[in-house]
Design a protein around this ligand. Sequence first.
Ligand SMILES: N[C@@H](CCC(=O)N[C@@H](CS)C(=O)NCC(=O)O)C(=O)O
Length: 78
Amino acid sequence: MPELTLYHFPSCPFCKVVKDCLDRLNLEIPMRDLESDPGARDALIEIGGKGQVPCLVIDGKPLYESADIVRWFEEHTG
Ligand SMILES: N[C@@H](CCC(=O)N[C@@H](CS)C(=O)NCC(=O)O)C(=O)O
């Protein structure tokens, strides 16, 4: 499994779609919450060029878009 971090914030409905997918697949991965983690937004912008969430960082590379992230988990786990 590559190194994964999910950038998110709690009230984001697109992030909920991804988190529901993680629950469904029974996966726990490191997460950074842009609301409560002061450095998270700047870190995400540095990695991906924008602060949009959700963003799954896979071995240092950003994957934006909830549908693409869900597809990635479905294809790479289980
Ligand atoms: N189409 C995207 C929409 C993501 C989106 O709109 N995220 C909002 C939060 S709910 C956001 O990050 N807005 C701030 C920004 O784009 O910088 C997805 O499905 O992931």
